[in-house]
Design a binder for this molecule. Sequence first.
Ligand SMILES: *[C@@H]1O[C@H](CO)[C@@H](O)[C@H](O)[C@H]1NC(C)=O
Ligand SMILES: *[C@@H]1O[C@H](CO)[C@@H](O)[C@H](O)[C@H]1NC(C)=O
Ligand SMILES: *[C@@H]1O[C@H](CO)[C@@H](O)[C@H](O)[C@H]1NC(C)=O
Ligand SMILES: *[C@@H]1O[C@H](CO)[C@@H](O)[C@H](O)[C@H]1NC(C)=O
Ligand SMILES: *[C@@H]1O[C@H](CO)[C@@H](O)[C@H](O)[C@H]1NC(C)=O
Ligand SMILES: *[C@@H]1O[C@H](CO)[C@@H](O)[C@H](O)[C@H]1NC(C)=O
Length: 461
Amino acid sequence: MTRFKYKYLFYSLIPIFLYLLVFHPVITFLSSRGQPINSSFPITFYHKAYIDYRTNPPRLRLFSLNPCVKPNTYLLIDVYNRGSPIPNEVKLLGDPFGFFNENCPPVYGPATHCFYVPHTFYGVLPDNGIIEKATIRWEDREIEFAIEEIGKKYERGLTVCLQIVYYYSQWQNVILYIEAWRAQGATRFIVFYHSSTEDTKKVLDYYEKLGLIELRPWPNIGELSSNISPMYPKVDESVFIIATHMALQICSLEIKTSLGIVADFDEVMVPDKGTVLDHAMKEMTGKDIGALLFENTHVALTPNIYTNNYSGVRSLTFTDIFAPPKYIFNTSLIDICETHSPGKFLHKSTYTKMANGTVLHFRFNVKQIRAKIVRKSYRFFPNDTAGHIRNMHDTMNKIFENSPPAFSYKPIETLNKCIAKVKSDVCHSTGGICKAAMDNVTNWVYNTTEGLFTTGTRIIV
Ligand SMILES: *[C@@H]1O[C@H](CO)[C@@H](O)[C@H](O)[C@H]1NC(C)=O
Ligand SMILES: *[C@@H]1O[C@H](CO)[C@@H](O)[C@H](O)[C@H]1NC(C)=O
Ligand SMILES: *[C@@H]1O[C@H](CO)[C@@H](O)[C@H](O)[C@H]1NC(C)=O
Ligand SMILES: *[C@@H]1O[C@H](CO)[C@@H](O)[C@H](O)[C@H]1NC(C)=O
Ligand SMILES: *[C@@H]1O[C@H](CO)[C@@H](O)[C@H](O)[C@H]1NC(C)=O
Ligand SMILES: *[C@@H]1O[C@H](CO)[C@@H](O)[C@H](O)[C@H]1NC(C)=O
């Protein structure tokens, strides 16, 4: 499952990043100082306004996709206190994120040429922040946001935010990783869903019915406001992957447990002993540790789980290939999540600590890479591995009525071929540019929920 293409690219491109970091002029879209964003700006919003009570006074946050803005560019939003018909006007300042915070355009190769960059807009709320309506009004349209209050209290536990499921995810991994995370103490799963094979969807639906995971729609972004859309690239064709960095922030804000993590369906964090939840609680509780960073270990299973046999969980092969770390964060301290490190904390005193553990990062092609094999004592399940293997086989047989479908490499190969063909000066907008090639391989179950992203409604005068 595997975004290995990107992960390898990441390392081979480091010299280019450094070059870009030093020499690439930061192009900003709005250049004059202190300019308010108006209706002519190519922007689309996630439909929720987050009222964040983790700071005092509370802040209002919006998420958007748009070209880079200068830090002093602002949005004006009307917020209505409960019971008051007269709004307060709040000024929100914009920040881009994704791969080296505050570099816009991003310096990460495949994201550099994307026209639309995920942004967050922040503003401090007046009074106690108890508001019931938030609206942006422009001369020709109005954008009303759903209000979501966050950060009032957190319960004990660990929530796993699964990065958007699209094309790649294999059902064999989904079973292994959900079971392993549960055994490691995960109490809740939020799974953003764009597309998958019918088989992978069956497995996700099974776990959703059991109440173990929450599927959240993440459809294509859709069009800009119709009066300006002909003048700009289509959002779905010029945004990195499918705006994965925006999904990551939204998930981290919506977590209701004191600890959270952002992972793919091929990554589980494990400590040297016990469960990762107990380990993180012991290390982090009551301290200013905002994130616990886990080194990344590539792991192969023999037999490969793509033979529909999970016995390989008993004998893991570890390699010494370097891959970027992942982290568990304290939900009440994190401000911005990047993919491999906490981007920003809410307070200056917060720091990151290395964990005594690793990310077990599943690789199906370790043999082809011919990496050096190393000895490590990590395992997926803290105890009773044989029982978990039996359970995974039972689960697979239940879902597929005793005839689990045979694995095909075709979808992965097709997507990797598609990505390899993309020119280096083109935005890697995989969801859009590889759709035709992927639709040619199998029937994908797409989510098509409407209204998740909004450009507002026209005001008829
Ligand atoms: C998270 O941070 C808060 C505030 O510093 C602290 O009180 C709490 O114990 C931490 N929680 C965990 C699970 O680390
Ligand atoms: C799974 O793999 C193990 C180890 O190679 C083997 O002993 C077992 O027979 C296999 N089970 C099935 C159902 O193929
Ligand atoms: C990790 O844990 C092991 C065993 O509990 C211990 O021997 C080792 O020193 C620890 N390493 C670190 C960096 O804390
Ligand atoms: C396995 O570990 C879990 C979590 O630590 C514990 O609750 C359970 O009792 C253990 N089971 C066995 C068989 O040791
Ligand atoms: C669809 O698949 C066929 C057979 O694999 C291939 O020849 C054709 O080029 C593919 N078309 C697209 C649009 O990828
Ligand atoms: C999209 O996902 C949501 C949430 O899982 C679900 O309720 C809805 O039925 C899905 N819709 C489509 C068209 O896939």
